[in-house]
Design a protein around this ligand. Sequence first.
Ligand code: ZN
Length: 216
Amino acid sequence: MRKKLEISLVRTKVYDLLKEEILSGEIHLGQRLNVRKLSEELGISPTPVRDALLALSADGLVRVVPRVGFFVTELTENYINEIIESRIMVESFCLKKYFDEIRNSPDILKLYDEVKKVIDTENRKLFDESDEVLHMLIVKSSSNKTIIDFYEKLWDKIDLVRHLNKRYLDSNKEHLSIIESILKNEKESAIKFLLRHIENVKDETLKNLKTSKVTK
Ligand code: ZN
């Protein structure tokens, strides 16, 4: 019983560690993840490493090639299109259906200030944070646990491609338009601005995917 618990704790730790390294770009996209090598580096048995990699593959961050091994998911045009379509589906649905919840949320004014701060500071990290807060706020206002769970998994994939969006200051202006429409209670224009924003993110991501095929 105790042994089992230890194994699952180690697996969770390995999962968290690898996920962080993948999302931060420390482990490159497409890079092979060798179970034996990783378990040696971490000083643990191969089992929790393999389990963690399988869990990451269920999240879509790692790809399993039968009889070959594990690889960090490579970004393809198709993969990016899938993420964008899923975003449009979830975010536009939530913005439309839960518009009043979003508008009345105490977080929206705070977020408005954050977004304006990005304009003043041009701080990329601040932008990334407010980006996540805005899109999560739209989805979390649904209070629909199934949708939120789905979107949180999707966000990991969004995170994986986020560095390809180099026009963050333009994206930030788009965020401002979305938030201002919400605050002015203009639902249709908020939806229009959100859809335009996600389309722009798609175009930019695909453009930079083509020019920066080599991983960071
Ligand atoms: Zn955004």
